[in-house]
Design a binder for this molecule. Structure first.
Ligand code: MG
Length: 163
């Protein structure tokens, strides 16, 4: 892997529809809410965007190719497990997660009380320290599907460093 650069950057995004019945799985934690994100797996938009950012940084196939939503193995899958598999894969290529920058787009619930927990879980799963992880939450000012409370979304940028 000596020909690969020392630093690489990847971006990932995800959006899931909200449906009645909580809790809302976000950033690897269960946020108390009266809706959940619909999906083949646990619908965790933050971890899905993060996994895609990791794969993107490493130049690997995307999350849909790795973990097809047509595959019964991933029905109801815990995205924390999928993230662990992604981190394992880049470790085998000689890379480690250097930093993670997360934006969560959600009109409700208020996420500020949960950002620290998300940060700690993401750091643990990415084999780094919380100071290498940032979690920001934004509303969508009442517009579009996120603003109307019909969906949650996330945008994540990841830096990788070659060991
Ligand atoms: Mg997804």
């Amino acid at each position: 892997m000596a020909n690969l650069p020392i630093h690489r950057v990847g971006i990932g995004t995800d959006l899931h529809r909200l449906e009645v019945g909580g809790p809302l799985r976000l950033g690897g934690i269960d946020v108390p809410f009266d809706k959940h994100a619909a999906g083949h797996s646990d619908g965790d938009v933050v971890l899905h965007a993060l996994i895609d950012a990791i794969f993107g940084a490493a130049g690997l196939p995307d999350i849909g190719e790795h973990f097809p939503d047509t595959d019964p193995r991933y029905k109801g899958a815990d995205s924390r497990m999928l993230l662990t598999l992604a981190v394992d894969e880049i470790r085998e290529l000689g890379y480690a997660v250097a930093n993670v920058d997360v934006v969560v787009h959600a009109e409700r619930p208020k996420l500020s009380p949960f950002k620290a927990d998300m940060r700690n879980v993401i750091a643990l799963l990415c084999e780094t320290t919380p100071d290498a992880v940032c979690v920001k939450a934004k509303t969508n000012e009442g517009v579009d599907a996120v603003g109307r409370g019909e969906a949650v979304a996330s945008t994540v940028i990841v830096g990788l460093v070659r060991n």
